[in-house]
Design a protein around this ligand. Sequence first.
Ligand code: APR
Length: 245
Amino acid sequence: MSAARLAELIRDAQPCVVLTGAGVSTESGIPDFRSPTGIWAEFDPLEYASIEAFRRDPAKVWSFYAPRFAMLTEAEPNDAHRALAALEEAGYVRAIVTQNIDLLHERAGSRDVIEVHGSIRTSSCRACGASYPLAEVVALLEREPAPSCVACGGVLKPDVVFFGELLPEWAIERASELAREAGLLLVVGSSLEVYPVAGLPLETVQAGGRLAIVNRDPTPFDGDAELVVHAAAGETLRATADLLL
Ligand code: APR
């Protein structure tokens, strides 16, 4: 049974570092990106999620992000988020590196979360740098399609990493350090298609660590993993946590 094998790996291959992607949040009602029903099947990421598109037409990019902000703020953590928070609390998970911007790990109670693609927590003014918390941005979005800075009128940008932007240096360096020091890197809900994050599994393996993947679809790193579970994250992680806690 996969949960028993995963529980044994987490227990024996410490420290366990978790790497999550959009697949850990689909059971919270948030679509992922590359599944057949994912967001990129409907929207072209270069038109709606690249820094070039934002510079060219911020209102168009906000027309994509505004409904996502509403969806993400209404979503609730699911069994996978809760299981990972409980495993951290019990000392089985050292930290979570997440590609997700939805704040659900933090809302589930996880404390050491490295958001390598930023998050919706704040948006910033491109002109003067003023920072706006999520609640203020949601309120501004009710009044205008592309929120503008109250102080200087500049256009706000979500503090998430767009295609064509660099990841926060501190975040990817910490993620890489965690991957190299991990006894086990547990990947949950990621297609492992987007670099530099997709390079983390091999950093673990090359440093002598072990790899486990819980993902509905195959990934390019399944062959490097000691355990691959092609099943739902919520059910798998809940069953695994039940065996360890
Ligand atoms: N349980 C397990 N796996 C799931 C579930 C689920 N409930 N739902 C979806 N998945 C799997 C899918 O099979 C898919 O392989 O999660 C994976 C999600 O992959 P992507 O949609 O590519 O998401 P992610 O890996 O996070 O994308 C990385 O790409 O577009 C950018 O910035 C965006 O952070 C994102 C990055």
